[in-house]
Design a protein around this ligand. Structure first.
Ligand code: FMN
Length: 187
């Protein structure tokens, strides 16, 4: 039984609990949860409040999901084919209100996607972002209009065990998470 009860995590707890697993259970993510994830993205900040993020939501087994999986690298397909929800994250390349490239469209999208990743933890879910896919193919296969680029995809669902994962990925699920020390980040 998954821990689906809502807990009130502090921001510090949310940041600490977030990680990118590859073992997902089949437990369904509700429409309400998906709406809450999208609402978290909706309230992200963006340059000139352009809100250049766009999303395609898919559920395991539907046509869009199969198209997204098909565009993933073989390496990612091995685990992502089992996730319950896949969201394609797109950036609007030009400002909608002036004919100019938006130089921070991807940056703004990243903030929205991270807000969703934290919201996932708040909802008792897990999330895993990916850039290992054919970024042009997915635009064509999903009939995305001109002017948008496919930047990343995010897998969402409930944490499962690693029984369906290939051996190398089972090991990576248990690997210690590491970060550069703070003094390496400062000039
Ligand atoms: C933009 C982006 C692209 C990523 N692409 C992939 C990917 O294609 N496949 C994958 O398994 N993980 C991918 N990841 C997950 C990272 O490897 C992971 O976030 C990183 O190792 C840190 O681990 P943590 O999220 O558990 O803290 C990606 C993450 C980001 C933010």
């Amino acid at each position: 039984m998954q821990d689906t009860a809502r807990e009130n995590f502090t921001l510090k707890e949310l940041m600490k609990k977030r990680w990118s697993p590859r073992g997902y259970s089949d437990e369904k993510v509700s429409d309400k949860q998906i709406t809450e994830l999208l609402e978290a993205a909706q309230w992200a900040p963006s340059a000139s409040n352009a809100q250049p993020w766009r999303f395609v939501v898919s559920r395991n087994g539907d046509e869009r999901f199969n198209k997204m999986i098909d565009s993933l690298s073989e390496w990612n397909q091995r685990w992502a084919k089992h996730v319950t929800v896949l969201i394609l994250n797109l950036a609007e390349k030009k400002f909608s209100f002036r004919d100019e490239i938006n130089p921070t469209a991807q940056y703004d999208l990243g903030q929205a996607v991270f807000a969703m990743a934290l919201k996932a933890v708040d909802l008792g879910l897990v999330a895993h972002q990916m850039s290992g896919f054919d970024h042009e193919k997915v635009l064509i296969d999903l009939n995305i209009p001109e002017g948008y680029e496919a930047v990343s995809m995010t897998a969402f669902g409930y944490l499962g065990d690693d029984s369906r994962l290939p051996e190398d990925l089972k090991k990576s699920e248990k690997r210690e998470r590491v970060r550069k020390p703070l003094d390496e980040l400062l000039f």
